[in-house]
Design a protein around this ligand. Structure first.
Ligand code: RB5
Length: 146
């Protein structure tokens, strides 16, 4: 299952993504928001990230105006590796090298055609492991820092 969330700035894109995932036969859960009424993106980042870290969702996709606020909020969660992407190369490499488990997209930045391509890349590209697993482990160890 893929966990989806947006604020008002990413709502329209989230609806496009839902249609796309349904066409692909990919199961998803929509954690809101449910309209273009103004709301607070950290609420939806939190819902989606909790679903991912609990193992209920395999991955998460978050949409806000830029994707940036969502990615900042998501990366505050232990176990979350969220990448804000607006190009295909970054979407591919954040799976292959960073093992990203949440994708953040900007509904006011990235058009729906490209955004759906980024979703496909994010869902279909495996993590390479090897030396990248060590580095990802180092990144995750920073959660225990200070
Ligand atoms: C909402 O106006 C906007 O700030 C939000 O969607 C997002 O872009 C924040 O990073």
């Amino acid at each position: 299952m893929i966990a989806l969330g947006s604020d008002h700035g990413g709502y329209a894109l989230k609806e496009e993504i839902k249609r796309h995932l349904a066409e692909r036969g990919v199961p998803f859960t929509d954690f809101g928001t449910d309209s273009e009424e103004s709301c607070d993106y950290p609420v939806y980042a939190d819902r989606v990230c909790r679903a991912v870290t609990a193992g209920e969702a395999e991955k998460g996709i978050l949409c806000c105006g830029t994707g940036i606020g969502m990615s900042m909020a998501a990366n505050k969660h232990r176990g979350i590796r969220c990448a804000c992407c607006g190009d295909c190369f970054s979407a591919e490499m954040t799976r292959r090298h960073n093992d990203a488990n949440v994708l953040a997209l900007g509904g006011r930045v990235t058009g729906p055609g490209l955004a759906l391509k980024l979703v496909d890349i994010f869902l279909d590209t495996p993590f390479e492991g090897g030396r990248h697993a060590r580095r990802v482990g180092m990144v995750m160890a920073l959660e225990d820092g200070d």
